[in-house]
Design a protein around this ligand. Sequence first.
Ligand code: GLU
Length: 430
Amino acid sequence: MSLEVEKEKKNDNILVSTLSMMRQAIDFANLSPDVYEHLKTPMRFVEVGIPVEMEDGSTKVFTGYRCQHNNVFGPYKGGLRYHPDVTSDSIKALSMWMTLKCSLVGVPFGGGKGAIVCDSQRLTLKERERMTRSYVRSLGSILGPEIDIPAPDIFTDAQVMAWIADEYSNNMREPSFGVVTGKPLAVGGCVGRNEATGRGCFFVAREAAQAYKIPFENSRIAIQGFGNVGSNAAKLFAAEGCPVIAVSDISGGVYKEEGLDIDKLIRHVNETGFVKGFSGGEAISNENLLSVNCDILLPAALENQITGSNAHDIKAKIVVEAANGPTTPEADQILKENNILVVPDILANSGGVTVSYFEWVQNNYGFSWDLSTVNKHLQDKMVEAFRNVYGYYCENCIGSDMRTGAYMYSIMRLAEAMHYRGWLRNGIYA
Ligand code: GLU
């Protein structure tokens, strides 16, 4: 069995489930089958070998991908991920979610995603830099501020974005920092971008609690994953008086009935690298985190975490998908039967790309907004997106789930744009 096939077997294939979800949404919305024809295949998918000179003098060639799914709304947009478990199918699915996400939240971008298959934490800083620059040399011709704009994702950060901006600008022989978002402030970054995905999840959770008639204040929060998204969301919940009672990462978790001290936990993670060993709560396993008695659960780690085998144990009333694709289709069904509201990823975590859009706009204008302007615009966008999607779901999808509603709402908008661009010769509807 090839490594690729092995990895696909390990995880539920998210490309297969995404395609089936898109097809179902298109059928429910009575849209033309041509819409599915356009969405089922990325417009471009590129795989490259990325040669890197390692510290010991050897050369290692890593596999890199960039998937440009659809650009009916504007330049392709989406993160660049460094992870050993990445497969070509997972990158295709992730790029499709970006198309749906941008459409849903109303930013004028298409969907893209890229990755390098690597264990990035084992690389030295120099190796990471060389690998990133090599990726840009291999793929730079299909990137650009009006073509395709990467951003941070799992195990990539503002520094990686700065290397991309620099390498791309060198190749173009002019500063062209709008080629990436999520940059450091010193080279055209946007205040609040780093926290934006977590902040967006917080706004959406507050809206969901209101829609579901659960008092938001004092609601108990559990968060799986304590990277950028999980930790920033935790800070906001705690500051708003919502006790964060459990948190976990790959090393394990911690639990405290009255709420964890999030600032202390962040200090501990910064010092040790992991949640494990934090003295301000009792140790729990990653698996137990999902089943703690809480009001709102945020899966903020990787794909396929809530599955047919653990979904029955979830006690939260609302699941806010801070990560991309954390819930399998089988788990979706169980959560629906148990009357648990799942706020789908393409809505819940769209705060990141929303502030990426703000950054790109500022780069285009050579102007920068202050933090309160960024956060205010983010809040407006997230609240509007939640209300639009929830309203659409309540009107059109009763008996189904909010994910189906979000897909339908998003694909309707894509279909409208395709229609006006002349891509649907037989009309929008079936
Ligand atoms: N990687 C993030 C996502 O999955 C952000 C993408 C972006 O800002 O372009 O939404």
